[in-house]
Write a protein that binds this ligand. Structure first.
Ligand code: ADP
Length: 230
């Protein structure tokens, strides 16, 4: 099955900037696609379109269903979007409340919410952090909590925006290891070429809102990355 299909997807910000321009690609179920490109390439805008947060032009299908205004709420359940900045994702007083927020909104019973939170915290190596004050956590712990807030809802597709930015080398390696263990379909956007090569089956090279290449051949990507001086 195809997890994501994008056909001729574009988005013009209200200031007239076309941040993504005629984007076409497919992601197979359980595939990990990397999106590599410099700052301003359109990576975050593409994620916002995939989640139906911005009114894009073109067609997006998530798990074979076309994304429309009327079904965006239900389709969003299939997508787990981990923001670049964990402070944009975490807003509850404690780690438990943040990680429980999604499952509670999905209408799960108290017992199911509890087990989803426990499992998600175990998966990100934060068991025992339930009662910690979220805004007192280290940056690396916040990133892992933000990942847990999404994993607790078991999304079919995980979207990770610059997952390793601003992490120290130890926290970065830890986070990469966690991501590699998460099952399902993943799209990882970054300007860190080596991390993308290490984690992804195929890589999309995005620049100025357009796809320059999509390939599973890392040598091609390295050459193009250098050729375009990205
Ligand atoms: P990336 O995630 O690859 O760094 P973005 O999707 O954030 O790229 O940005 C793509 C382009 O859109 C950039 O030129 C950026 O300045 C512009 N942009 C992003 N957000 C807005 C906005 N809210 N209004 C206007 N332009 C924006």
């Amino acid at each position: 099955m195809k997890a994501i299909e994008c056909h001729n997807v574009s988005y013009l910000y209200p200031n007239g900037l076309k941040a993504i321009n005629g984007i076409d690609f497919v992601v197979e179920e359980n595939e990990t696609l990397g999106i590599i490109g410099p700052n301003g390439a359109g990576k975050t805008t593409l994620f916002l379109a995939l989640c139906g947060i911005i009114p894009f032009e073109g067609e997006i299908k998530i798990c074979n269903t076309e994304l429309t205004k009327s079904n965006v709420q239900s389709i969003r359940k299939d997508l787990g979007f981990v923001f670049q900045n964990p402070d944009d994702q975490l807003f509850m007083p404690t780690v438990y409340e943040d990680v429980a927020f999604g499952p509670i909104n999905l209408g799960f019973s108290k017992e199911k919410v509890y087990s989803c939170v426990k499992k998600a915290l175990l998966d990100v190596g934060l068991s025992g952090f339930e009662d910690r004050i979220t805004h007192h956590l280290s940056f690396g712990e916040k990133k892992r909590t933000a990942l847990a807030t999404v994993l607790s809802m078991s999304p079919k597709i995980l979207l990770l925006d610059e997952p390793t930015s601003e992490l120290d080398p130890w926290a970065k390696n830890r986070f990469i290891e966690l991501i590699s263990k998460v099952e399902g379909t993943k799209i990882i956007a970054s300007h860190d070429l080596q991390m993308i090569i290490d984690l992804c089956d195929r890589i999309m090279l995005l620049n100025k809102g357009r796809i320059l290449e999509i390939t599973g051949n890392t040598k091609d990507i390295k050459e193009l990355y250098n050729k375009f001086n990205l």
